[in-house]
Structure formats: structure tokens, C-alpha cells
Design a protein around this ligand. Structure first.
Ligand SMILES: *Cc1c(COP(=O)(O)O)cnc(C)c1O
Length: 386
């Protein structure tokens, strides 16, 4: 045996740590968080197997059920929204199962890719980016591709700023396939726009902390209907970390999580759920609706074109076409550096063609007003005539 010569790993010469800037962060997640949530995160660590944790976890879980509008247990995992997509799929399907992915953008495509990575047979019903899944055509195409075991849907497609009519789509799916598993990515919609898991008969619904919940990234919340739990019993895809049963048992017997949960994010969520209840569910929906209308109207008044049609435009994120003659990279950089305002660019096929303004979670009307005012200044600085 030869001994490898020891290679010194030098101390890396890296940029000095800078304070995190204060910005008007208007991307569709992560969103700004209220001072109450920041404050909550500075609390000391507790034993996640102790009574203080259980009391908090019970409170959080029951309040999440209220916002999911479900009697089903809402399980909370340390993960981002993509973890929710994977968690939904691995718990209810088996290799070779045929699922239909109704995709209207980047996040719909991601869920379809995950299903394929796990060996499912995926039929994509694709709609042009910027449009919603049109119910009559979904109905027709679903019948053409039947039989199928489940349908993967996006409630609010964050990459295009479009909200699907999940209530109608779910009714159509149920009408032809009463046993279908209806999986809904509600990452950027839950807690911001109406979604009624039980009343709409949805089977798996998941969301992510950094979107509508006014807390940092790090938590994924997911609920499963009795039909989904039945499917779980025979589902054969490999799973461990995201296995529902392990989590259900911990929650229902002890209000704990089977692995170490991100305590600081939970502290924040404990506080923001309280704030959300104080504001009221309907008042939150109304605030998001006003935000959507405000941003869309201001953009139109500036002569800008919106990607999504009025009837399905999202109330959590607005996608705006980059006007002719404007270099998007330059515009976003100017906004960030000179106006401390941060918007998101486009993803996938919309890269360079649109930019997106997030208006979900924690914001005031003044935040949105200043964001659009700054956009207006920068556009005019760049020679935009409108
Ligand atoms: C943000 C988002 C996701 C997941 O993104 P992560 O970066 O993994 O949190 C998935 N679906 C939708 C609709 C989203 O908005």
C-alpha cells in the first residue's frame, strides 16, 4: 500500500463578509419577513423532544390546517418547495404508474421531471407559458390519455404569474376519474389566495415557508387526503426522509418531528400564523387581490405589457414583458444598485423576456408603490418612452 502524499488545504482567500443590505425585495420568494418574525428567530434553541416544542408544534399544525382548509394532518418538513413536489410523488405512486402533468410553466415542468426521475409514466398536457390550463380542453385531453392514476397540477405558476382555476379543474378530473389522485403544488398560493383542500376534494397539497407565510425558507408543509393515505399503503416508490408515516406518527403521538426540525424557522412561523389569524384569512386574500390589481394597473399605466391575461393573472406575482430596447440585465442591476429594489427575471424560455414582481406574504401598499415608482424612474433613465 502506498501512502498518498498529504495535500495541504489552504485557508481560502475570500471576500470579506458584508452586512446583508436592506432592500425592497420584490421577488416571488423569499419574501421580506415582519420584524416580529425576525425577532422570534433570535430565541434560544430548545430541545425538539421537549414539552416547549410539542406545544409550539401542536399550535402550528392546527393553525396550518385552518389555512389549508382541511381536516387532514398538515406535516411539516425541513425542505424547500421542490421537496414538497418530491414528497407528494414518492408517497402515493409506484414505478410505472401513469400520471398526467398539467403544466403551464417552469414549476409544473419541474414536478413532471421529478415524476419521470422516479420512473413514472408521465403524460404532459402543456399550455403556453402565460396562459392557464383551460378547463374545457383539459377535460377533452384527459379523456384521450386515460386511464391514469393521478394528476399533477400547479395552483399558481410562479414562473409566469398565472393562477389556475384548481376548483374547476379538480371537479373535471373527479367527474371522469373519481379515484384520481389530485396533487396540487400550492407553494406560491396557499395563505395568499383562496384554496380549499377539502371542499375542492384535493388529495395532496403542499406549500413552502418562504412564499406566502412571511417566514424564511426552510420549511415545507404538506397535507394528504384519506384517498392519498389509502394510496400510500400500496405505493412502492423508494422513500425515507419524506415518508409520511414516520412524520404522522411523531406528530400524532407526541407533536414532534422524526428528524431535527429548523427550530428558528418554526419560531417565526409560530408568530406569523398568529399575525395571520389576527388579520383574518379573507382579509389576507383581499390584500393580495388589491396588490395584484395595483401592480397590474401601474404596469399598464406605464405602457408595459403583462404576460398573463387579466382573467387568470396571479395575485401573488406579476410577470411583465421587457419593453423593446431595454436591456433587462441593465435594468435589474440599476434597480438593485441605485434604488435598492429587487425584481426577479424570467425562467426557462422566458429568460431575458420578462421580469417578475413578487407581491406575496409580508408587504404594505407603500412597498409596492415605491417598487413601481423605482421601476418607472429606471425605465425613464434607460430611455423608455412608454
Ligand atoms: C417556489 C416554488 C416551488 C419550489 O421552489 P423552491 O425553490 O424549491 O422552494 C415550487 N413550485 C412553485 C409554484 C413555486 O413557486
Amino acid at each position: 500500500m502506498t501512502t498518498q502524499q498529504k495535500k495541504e488545504i489552504p485557508v481560502p482567500q475570500v471576500e470579506k463578509r458584508q452586512p446583508i443590505p436592506k432592500q425592497n425585495l420584490r421577488v416571488p420568494g423569499p419574501t421580506p419577513i415582519p420584524p416580529e418574525a425576525s425577532e422570534a428567530q433570535t430565541a434560544p434553541m430548545i430541545n425538539h423532544r421537549g414539552p416547549e416544542f410539542s406545544a409550539m408544534m401542536k399550535r402550528i399544525t392546527l393553525r396550518l390546517q385552518y389555512f389549508f382548509q382541511t381536516e387532514a394532518l398538515v406535516m411539516t418538513y425541513p425542505a424547500s418547495g421542490t421537496g414538497g413536489q418530491e414528497c407528494a410523488i414518492v408517497n402515493v405512486f409506484s414505478p410505472g404508474d401513469h400520471v398526467v402533468s398539467i403544466t403551464i410553466g417552469n414549476f409544473g415542468n419541474r414536478m413532471a421531471k421529478i415524476a419521470e426521475a422516479y420512473g413514472l409514466q408521465v403524460t404532459r398536457l402543456e399550455y403556453p407559458w402565460g396562459e392557464a390550463a383551460e378547463p374545457a380542453s383539459v377535460e377533452k385531453r384527459l379523456q384521450e390519455v386515460a386511464p391514469y392514476k393521478g394528476v399533477l397540477l400547479t395552483h399558481n405558476e410562479t414562473s409566469t404569474g398565472v393562477t389556475n382555476d384548481i376548483e374547476t379543474l379538480a371537479r373535471i378530473i373527479r367527474k371522469h376519474n373519481p379515484d384520481a389522485l389530485i396533487i396540487v403544488d400550492a407553494v406560491s398560493s396557499l395563505a395568499c389566495v383562496p384554496l380549499e383542500m377539502d371542499a375542492w376534494d384535493l388529495d395532496v397539497v403542499f406549500t413552502g415557508s418562504q412564499k406566502g407565510w412571511m417566514v424564511p425558507p426552510g420549511l415545507m408543509m404538506i397535507a394528504a387526503s384519506p384517498r392519498a393515505w389509502e394510496a400510500y399503503k400500496t405505493a412502492k416508490l423508494p422513500r425515507f426522509y419524506f415518508d409520511w408515516e414516520m412524520t404522522r406518527k411523531s406528530l400524532q403521538s407526541k407533536w414532534q418531528h422524526p428528524t431535527t426540525p429548523p427550530l428558528s424557522v418554526l419560531y417565526a412561523l409560530d408568530v406569523t400564523l398568529e399575525m395571520m389569524l389576527e388579520e383574518g384569512r379573507q382579509a389576507i386574500f383581499d390584500r393580495h387581490q388589491r396588490a395584484g390589481e395595483y401592480v397590474r394597473n401601474r404596469a399598464k399605466a406605464l405602457g408595459l405589457d403583462l404576460l398573463a391575461d387579466h382573467q387568470y393573472a396571479s395575485n401573488t406575482v406579476t410577470a411583465i414583458k421587457v419593453p423593446e430596447g431595454i436591456d433587462l440585465k441593465v435594468m435589474l442591476k440599476k434597480l438593485r444598485e441605485e434604488e435598492k429594489t429587487v425584481f426577479a427575471g424570467g425562467q426557462g424560455q422566458l429568460d431575458g423576456k420578462i421580469f417578475r414582481i413578487g407581491h406575496l406574504g409580508y408587504f404594505t401598499e407603500a412597498d409596492l408603490q415605491s417598487a413601481v415608482d423605482n421601476l418607472e424612474h429606471v425605465l425613464h433613465d434607460l430611455g423608455y418612452k412608454g
